[in-house]
Design a protein around this ligand. Sequence first.
Ligand SMILES: [Mn+2]
Length: 317
Amino acid sequence: MTIAEITTEILKAKSVLIFSHNRPDGDTVGSATALRLALLKKGISADIACNNDIPEKLRYIKSTESYQKSVDKEKVYDAFIAVDCANEFMFPELYGKFSKGNVTFNIDHHVSNSRYAKFNYVEDASATCELIFALINEMGVEIDSEIATSLLTGIVTDTGAFHHSNATDRTLLIASELKKAGADLHFIMKKNFKDQPKERAVLYGKVISKMRFYEDDKIGVLIITRDDILSSGALDSMTEGFIDYPMSVESVEVAFSLLETGKNRYKISLRSKGRVNVNEIASIYGGGGHVLASGAVLNGFMEDIIDKLVFNVKQRL
Ligand SMILES: [Mn+2]
């Protein structure tokens, strides 16, 4: 489907509901809120839904206030649009409703997308927000500062502030357009990459001070205990991004973290720089993810789990 075709189909609707995925990130929130504002400008009624709470740090996007958790039974929508959802499992609770829609759209940038909708617009891009940018231009809607803020948020977060290899010349060109349209790049960067609660900073210090290395420093390991979390006053969700630190060590090929979630129960995150497929390792333990980033839940003693994982990585180095 071309951008012109998908735009024509969307503009046939008088009312739409846009779906964001669970554990919402900057891209799914930026895509949904920007598309909503653009459709409203076209005189189309547009609502947004996400089964999970929108993270505090993304609440500077004003229209996050409009998110609903479920689908209003009374309301009739002409079309449903899922954004940044690679498959139904990314919005499992709401997918039931979505799949019953007569006209469904799937707008996404994941190459693994399962094409679960009637109309699928799946293109390789740094962020779904890149695709929404093109879609809004195709609609002939002018990008104001609010739309620009949403879209730039998705691009900045999915590219890791333009650090990842997915940031192309087109990505930078779009980012430039969005800044010109009034998005505050510095503020968006600060909100997503600088500002953190004090509790997270305290926890980070504790965890990093215990960082371990194995196999000639090719494997980096982080251990996050309940005690660390409680004594810092932090939340489990604040550990997101911790794994980037051992990954920043030059010699490290693979890093993994153990987050103690209960007695002898650990949530494992694995990261690779490319030589090792960590999805294979996570799969051994019933987990999964991507080649470079995967996760699993393991039961057992901490040191045994570390031994097992180091052994599995070592075999693949
Ligand atoms: Mn995305």
